[in-house]
Design a protein around this ligand. Structure first.
Ligand SMILES: Cc1cc2nc3c(=O)[nH]c(=O)nc-3n(C[C@H](O)[C@H](O)[C@H](O)COP(=O)(O)O)c2cc1C
Length: 198
């Protein structure tokens, strides 16, 4: 049983929503145990069903499993602050977004928007399966392109870690303190009926 906090003890939605949205969060404590091929494919399957402009499915996911030859390539892309806790992740991933339409080669203005949907599907599916996911911007974007041979028509969107829940006590003290649930500003501060007025 994980010592991780339970999101629903700390987060309350102001309006009724599916529990899954509240239960997804970004722990850093992971156990280091591997995921099965089946688990991994289920998580990526959820991403597959995201909506996208003209059904472009701009997203591509590169990944490396722990204790495989690809792992160091991915791990070395991360800033040190992320390497500290990603050591115990089961999978490290890179999210790519195709920037041009496959139909005509023209720029696709929503490539990152659609790809973000796919990532969130993945994160919610991981939560539903009792796994943890954690998005990351703390890595060397340019190095991803060269080390992982990403073609020019793909944007490097983000990285992520996936794993099984771990024990926060195994984290260094400064990260253990940060292993807490975030809140959100009230919904009315994110929405506006009519022209921009925030
Ligand atoms: C695209 C993206 C990049 C992020 N980058 C990092 C990162 O580099 N390191 C880190 O520890 N957390 C990172 N996070 C986690 C966020 O800080 C976290 O999602 C946010 O505080 C909201 O908390 P929650 O996901 O637990 O609800 C990132 C999250 C996203 C979606």
């Amino acid at each position: 049983m994980s010592n991780l906090p339970h999101p629903e003890d700390f987060r309350k939605a102001d309006y009724p929503i599916e529990r899954l949205f509240i239960r997804r969060w970004s722990p850093r404590a992971m156990s280091g145990e591997p995921l099965t091929e089946e688990e991994l494919l289920r998580v990526f399957e959820a991403a597959r069903w995201a909506p996208s402009t003209y059904n472009e499915q701009e997203w591509r996911f590169l990944y490396a499993r722990r204790d495989t030859p690809h792992w160091p390539l991915f791990f070395d892309l991360l800033i040190e602050a992320n390497q500290v806790w990603c050591q115990r992740a089961a999978v490290l991933g890179v999210v790519l977004a195709r920037m041009t339409f496959t139909r005509n080669g023209k720029p696709n203005p929503v490539h990152l928007y659609d790809t973000g949907s796919a990532w969130e599907n993945l994160a919610l599916q991981a939560t539903a399966m009792g796994l943890v996911s954690h998005g990351m911007a703390g890595f060397d974007f340019e190095k991803v392109r060269t080390v992982l041979r990403v073609p020019d028509e793909f944007a490097v969107a983000a990285m992520f870690a996936l794993g099984r829940p771990g024990d926060p006590n195994d984290l260094p003290p400064e990260l253990r303190e940060r292993e807490t649930l975030t809140g959100r500003r009230p919904v009315r501060e994110s929405i506006c009926e009519g022209p921009f007025q925030f």
